[in-house]
Write a protein that binds this ligand. Structure first.
Ligand code: KIV
Length: 264
């Protein structure tokens, strides 16, 4: 597999070809993901839950993200590496620029941030300075205390319209990718159709351009596994690389997610 770029992901969307995204937090898993042909590796702040044992992503720091992003990049020179800006690392534009620069210098190709219209100027500013951005809408785990729990977002008409408006706004501001987490499948389908940039879903139905899963969830080793995930290790005889390949293949051929992994 040759190295994946934002350009190749945009071409995939235009050609109607789906791609797979998997989280990784260390060099060995990142290497396996590259070997398995996973197009995008996300150094998610979900590492707070699955690696560090916190009950949310709120305690994750920039030092954590830099440390894990550098490890992932050392293990994988094939996939596009997206890294999360953690809680309060982009509360102001100045913080966003400084911290995004640190993640890029640690090895990220793209930085991800959670939130809607309030991030318009931040996305514009990062894009103008040559920093690719992945936006994240729907269930935004860094706001779990404000949201009142890990719940499907955008079920009511007004909330769905707000998410669609935010998605358009962030694309216009210069976002290169969008993650949609835990939204009804029909809403994700509309947003995917309306946006030119690739839309990556998790708990957002089968119509998005790509899917992302937390690697420990798809290997069945997380203490709690959400309904929208699937254990691919069970069906590949315990071989992690094969499980990653099976996940990638299932995403590209439309075999995952099924209706049982989606919300309406
Ligand atoms: O942190 C993470 O792993 C994420 C994905 C669940 C999208 O943001």
């Amino acid at each position: 597999m040759k190295s994946i770029s934002l350009g190749s992901l945009k071409q995939a969307k235009s050609a109607g070809e789906k791609f797979a995204v998997l989280t990784a937090y260390d060099s060995s898993f990142a290497h396996l993901a590259g070997q398995a042909g996973i197009e995008v590796v996300l150094v998610g702040d979900s590492l707070g839950n699955v690696v560090l044992g916190h009950d949310s992503t709120v305690p994750v720091t920039m030092d954590d993200m830099i440390h894990h992003t550098a490890a992932v990049r050392r293990g994988n020179d094939r996939s596009l590496i997206v890294a999360d800006l953690p809680f309060m690392a982009y509360a102001s534009e100045e913080q966003a620029l400084d911290n995004a620069a640190l993640l890029m210098q640690a090895g990220a190709h793209v930085v991800k941030l959670e939130g809607g219209a309030w991030l318009e100027e931040t996305v514009l500013m990062l894009a103008e300075r040559g920093i690719p951005v992945c936006a994240h809408l729907g269930l935004t785990p860094q706001s779990v205390h404000k949201l009142g729990g890990y719940r499907v977002q955008g079920r009511e008409e007004a909330a769905a319209e707000q998410i669609l408006r935010d998605a358009r706004l962030l694309e216009d501001a210069g976002a290169d990718l969008l993650v949609l987490e835990c939204v009804p499948a029909p809403l994700a389908e509309t947003i995917t159709r309306e946006l030119a940039i690739p839309v990556i879903g998790i708990g957002a139905g089968a119509a998005t351009d790509a899917q992302v899963l937390v690697v420990y969830d798809m290997l069945g080793i997380s203490p709690r596994t959400p309904r929208f995930t699937k254990n691919f290790l069970a069906e590949t005889g315990g071989d992690i690389r094969k499980a990653m390949e099976a996940y990638g293949e299932a995403v590209r051929t439309g075999g995952f997610p099924g209706p049982e992994h989606s919300f309406n």
